[in-house]
Design a binder for this molecule. Structure first.
Ligand code: NAI
Ligand code: MG
Length: 499
């Protein structure tokens, strides 16, 4: 537990009093310590100070949480009429809205992101996600099938896939919890949710709010812990489906294990998304778009536009403008309302990003902005990293191929539409791609050519609970959001009735 004096003065009363409480696992209707008593701490990435201690769930806790989820699945939750299930999800959305300030501050403090962004994007989209999925339970239905055989009645039922292990990352902690829980709850599944070890707080708070609004115990269980906890959940024989967002490396392992166990699995993984500016584009709009695409959330977004392709004749002007904007960006702690870019989430992530940047420089890429850790003062030990811009001529360098997951943009000139489409697609990843142009025909031709799960034209990164999101190639398996997202939490049962 923290003491009030450790916490930044900018923190409001609700978030402060939450932080000062004891943090415990949520299993069924119980809040409890890890069975073996282990704990870990979470820090404020803007200062490196510890803000809370949380339990490190081990195998016994995973067993207990999965058992609670199984009991709920086969008990109270299964008996609830669909309309009532929808009402509960809507009540959770309302509770999130009612706790906007508290949740936004907790996110800003634990994750590092600007509180203004946490409020306007993370918390708002979380509530919107639950509101959207609250409408689905009453619309899930099977079909009556026109089978050829006489005297038969054949129909399908859509049933919840079962107990879900939902493992989420640290870049949008609360929102990722909503992306996982929304469709699972709508489908009638139960969940064991494991937030990332860097950002455990808002998921725990969300689990409490769910109990408060009346979810039956065991429908949502929250286990804080690291990759070991996640691996124990994935391996648990009584888990029916795994939903994971995180690194491609861990996603491959989870996919392999799920394949062996024949568990349902959806994976949202990394990206190296290409943002393509066409020659007709308004340069100011291109700069705004490219800036938002990469530096939003300090580049810690799976769909970050981390490769920028510019027409050779516009290249120098656009990169100069971008470098200037990057250099003028105000870095600071998330709780400071003037902060434009927060710190990276952890020292580990900071080291990883710095490593990529140093190797990029050593490999001969031209550095146009940033490129360094930026201490904000003598007593600052936060994980700040300046918005960075590289210029390269080809696509061979590591910085142009690997996901960096930090505020690092790699720009490169191109000459023709065919060339740029080929280069954009020359990646193991396929999460997103973008085009900036007012030439509608070129935009739609490119949208068809680009191998990516989302194509953004004249904007970057918009998301909506109704719009499928997910990756081609190594960026993942399956889609979240919308009907498709819901489907991945449903099994189809075909019933044959002899008449
Ligand atoms: P990670 O993939 O290790 O962690 C994501 C989540 O998976 C966390 O909850 C973690 O505890 C859990 N986890 C880790 N190992 C596991 C295992 N063996 N089995 C089950 N669960 C496991 O990602 P990490 O180390 O935090 O970040 C590394 C890189 O991954 C980043 O630099 C970035 O490139 C990428 N990443 C991508 C994200 C995305 O949204 N696509 C989100 C976070 C990271
Ligand atoms: Mg933290």
């Amino acid at each position: 537990m923290s003491t009030a004096t450790d916490l930044p003065p900018a923190l409001g009363e609700a978030a402060r009093s939450y932080l000062e409480r004891e943090h415990l696992l949520l299993i069924g209707d119980e809040r409890r310590a890890a069975a073996d008593g282990r704990t870990f701490t979470t820090e404020d990435p803007a200062s490196g100070s510890v803000i809370a201690t949380v339990p490190q769930a081990g195998e016994a806790d995973v067993d207990a949480a999965v058992a609670a989820a199984r009991d709920a699945l086969e008990g109270d939750w299964a008996k609830l009429p669909a309309a009532r299930r929808g009402r509960l999800i809507a009540a959770l959305a309302d509770a999130i809205e009612a706790h906007t300030v508290e949740l936004a501050e907790l996110e800003a403090l634990d994750q590092g992101k600007p509180v203004t962004l946490a409020r306007a994007v993370d918390v708002r989209a979380t509530a919107a996600h639950f509101h959207y999925f609250s409408g689905w339970p009453t619309k899930i239905s099977g079909d009556t099938l026109p089978v050829s055989q006489p005297n038969l009645f054949c129909y399908t039922r859509r049933e919840p896939v079962g107990v879900c292990a939902q493992i989420i990352p640290w870049n949008f902690p609360l929102l990722m919890a909503a992306w996982k829980l929304g469709p699972a709850l709508a489908a009638g599944c139960t969940s064991v949710l494991k937030p990332a070890e860097q950002t455990p707080l808002t998921a725990l708070r969300l689990g409490e709010l769910a109990l408060e609004v009346g979810f039956p115990p065991g429908v949502i269980n929250v286990l804080t812990g690291d990759g070991e906890t996640g691996a124990a959940l994935v391996a648990h024989p009584d888990v029916d489906k795994i939903a994971f967002t995180g690194s491609t490396a861990v996603g491959r392992e989870i996919g392999a294990q799920a394949g062996r166990d024949l568990k349902r699995v959806t994976l949202e993984l990394g990206g190296k998304s290409a943002n393509i500016v066409l020659a007709d584009a308004d340069p100011a709009a291109a700069v705004r778009n490219a800036f938002q695409a990469i530096y939003f959330n300090s580049g810690q977004a799976c769909n970050a536009g981390s490769r920028l392709f510019l027409p050779v004749e516009r290249y120098d002007a656009v990169v100069a403008e971008l470098a200037e904007r990057a250099a003028a960006t105000k870095l600071g702690p998330g709780l400071d309302p003037d902060t434009q870019l927060g710190p990276l989430v952890s020292a580990e992530q900071h080291d990883r990003v710095r490593g990529f940047v140093e190797r990029g420089i050593a490999d001969g890429a031209e550095l146009l902005a940033g490129g360094s850790a930026t201490p904000l003062g003598e007593d600052q030990s936060g994980h700040f990293f300046a918005p960075t811009l590289f210029s390269v001529t080809g696509d061979e360098l590591e910085i142009a191929r690997e996901e960096i997951f930090g505020p690092v943009l790699v720009a490169s000139p191109y000459s023709s539409l065919e060339e740029v489409a080929m280069r954009a697609n020359d990646s193991d990843y396929g999460l997103a791609a973008g085009v900036v142009t007012s030439d509608l025909s070129a935009a739609h031709r490119l949208a068809a050519m680009l191998k990516a799960g989302s194509v953004y034209i004249n904007q970057w990164g918009l998301s909506d609970p109704s719009a499928p999101f997910g990756g081609f190639k190594a960026s993942g398996v399956g889609r979240e959001h919308g009907r498709e997202g819901l489907e991945s939490y449903l099994e189809t049962k075909t019933v044959w009735v002899g008449l």
